[in-house]
Design a protein around this ligand. Sequence first.
Ligand SMILES: [Zn+2]
Length: 851
Amino acid sequence: MPGTNLTRDEAATRAALLDVTSYTIDLDLTTGEKTFASTTTLEFSCREPGATTFADLVGATVHEITLNGESIDPTTAYADSRITLEGLQAENTLVVRADCTYSHTGEGLHRFVDPVDGRVYLYSQFEVPDARRVFTTFEQPDLKSVFTFRVVAPEDWKIVSNAPSPAPQPLGEGKALFAFEPTERMSTYITALIAGEYHEVQDTYEGKHGTIPLGHYCRQSLVEYLERDRAEIVALTRQGFEFFEELFDFPYPFGKYDQLYVPEYNMGAMENAGAVTLRDEYLPRSRQPRSFYEFRAAVILHEMAHMWFGDLVTMKWWDDLWLNESFAEWACYHAEVEATEYTDAWTGFANARKQTGYRQDQMPSTHPIAADNHDLHAVEVNFDMITYAKGASVLKQLVAWVGIEDFIAGIRQYFKDFAFGNSEFTDLLAALEKASGRELTSWAQEWLQTAGVNTLAPEFSLAADGTYERLAVRQTAHPDWPTLRRHRIGIGCYSWNAERTSLVRTRYVETDVEGELTEIAELVGETQPDLLLLNDADLTYAKIRLDERSRATAIEGLSRLDDSLARALVWGATWDMTRDAEMPATDYVELVLANIGQETDAWGVSRIPATAATAATLYSAPEHRDALRTRWEQGLRELALAAEAGSDQQLTFVRAYAGAARSEEALTWVAGLLDGTETLEGLAVDQDLRWSLITSLAAAGRAGSRIEDELGTDTTISGQEHAAAARAAQPDAEAKHEAWRLAVLDSSTPNETARSITLAFPRAGQEELLAPYVEEYLSAAETVWESLGTHRASVVLDYIFPVTLASDALVTRVREWLDTSEAPAPAKRFVQENLADVERALAAQACDAAR
Ligand SMILES: [Zn+2]
């Protein structure tokens, strides 16, 4: 029983047998609110006439199948999400007439009705294997074809796909036919259909290869936000095209470029060829800090990079999904730095994105970047922040290893060689080896085919005059993932200036580290600096340690280190040491309180208070926790009051203070901000901040009727999601019960609403109320993979577990469950990861207790 699975071997067999000439896809979107009509005409050739194969179609009611003019009985041929095709000829025509189902999980063809105005919006999301939820496919990336979409829809709808949108042909009764031209050759997973009462604006990019029409789309209720941001996102899009057409030395391959901001979207965005979908929270209605816009720019450029890497040249099978994502990640940060105003984007990457890779890589579930994805289930398990963040970090190291010029020469050749086709990682490696003259197979082996992160620590002795008698870098690895790697790293020496107002870099060397111990002869005789920073410039992917003196310097004056990337490395090192139970949580919280007020990197400001909150609530020793949480709350109040009026710091510290609020003083202040009896110069208490404040009060049991009152004025989907989160945060058994039902048990809850509830559910300080949900969670882990679908199940299993209940008894119970449960592998993986978080918390608590 394959179910919805597909193995790599099955795909390879089918690719060896078939060439897909064309798809014609007739969709009727006027047949009802639950389903739509889908007729697919597939023309394909077969290399072995007489052979048998299958087409893919999921969750459909099939009315009619004909193969080469002969009718096939759907009741026997369509089973288990596949249509069996027997007796193939050299040239074949398959016609499948079916009804397919709209989705509310963000997978397949998602249907959304805006609660503000009742307008209808549809969009497709097909990666990894979900085009087969909308039409009949050969669902694998290496069976590329051309696609002709013909869509019947209300005549006043906007219909967008990979090819330019055609004029509607009226059919009467308010309906029209939208008949698209055939697309370029592409894989099924990057085809797209976006339909509904969308608002559209058009601009152009005039480049060296001609004009590219640039469309932007959003819901009618978001028009004012699109118009507000339009100049900025159009400018960014133009900067991206100019940069990538030059960098890749290949004209944009898909004619027009539409970007569609869509509701209830699961991820950041999707690189459908010429029709990129993005989550419409990226058109925010309320004030957001700069890190938000820096990330939006990264997303826009990430998807654009995919037009070449992914869409023009596509992986043969999902084994190379990592490469697809890692490359787009590397390229988007590179483009931000080189072509946009976000010139320190690599600092933001180090402060935020890269941290998610380190975290994932230290889980028991970690895997090589190049995972062995032998089937679609394995893809589900292995599609994570190792795919994105670690992969991009390692490509950054590869660029340092071969040099940027050779790296670019290699990829330019690769695009020319494989345009509109498929390739494997070895093809890219060969292109890079040829361009650089360096042997890379062994590099790929140690970096891509093994899991885990190395730790680099300084080891030294000092002469009587305070100079290094000896300095070495010691490399270690986790015993379960023992690979030591070759690293190209920078080493920076920083010391106080005479006035002690600034930590200044006095020396920088770049060197290769290899094996357990690498002597750094260049720095022997150098005076020991106040701060010795390994991996300065962040070339490699490794955890770094600070020696004792450097750590003390950091706590005293990290904010006076001028270089933002060097600061990001110190922030990262101290956070790693805290998580690894080598630095007490109390010290980390003090470090943050003393230095975050002067941090200038947008991502540093946004993310580091969140890590300190985790340190205070989860990594602190139980006997220190109450005092530390109070210290954290009061420190945030001071930071919020001291921050410059209207600054990002002010907004971030107010949000964090509200999140930490437990004391009467803090809760009264939060309520006062909401009611207007308290004000802070430069701080607009806008709609999203209002919801943050209400959620904080709700978590303390002080919301009163505020949630329902606020819903009276904010009738948007965003308002409904915030309200659901605020309800879930309440310290009330009834509220928890209802939140659990909506997020975990009710499969009809829309994906984004379920996500909001999930994130708000486990609150520090509510341990007694959360205790019953350990067993509820373990029992849900047995079933949700089937009942909620991949995306909703992943979110709920990842985030709803009450980690703050960390105790030895909890460890024992979860281990016992893992030993006996027969839950699906991807579900078990999340349980394992939560267990790892619990164990990490216990070790960190012990470290803090010993302080
Ligand atoms: Zn991507």
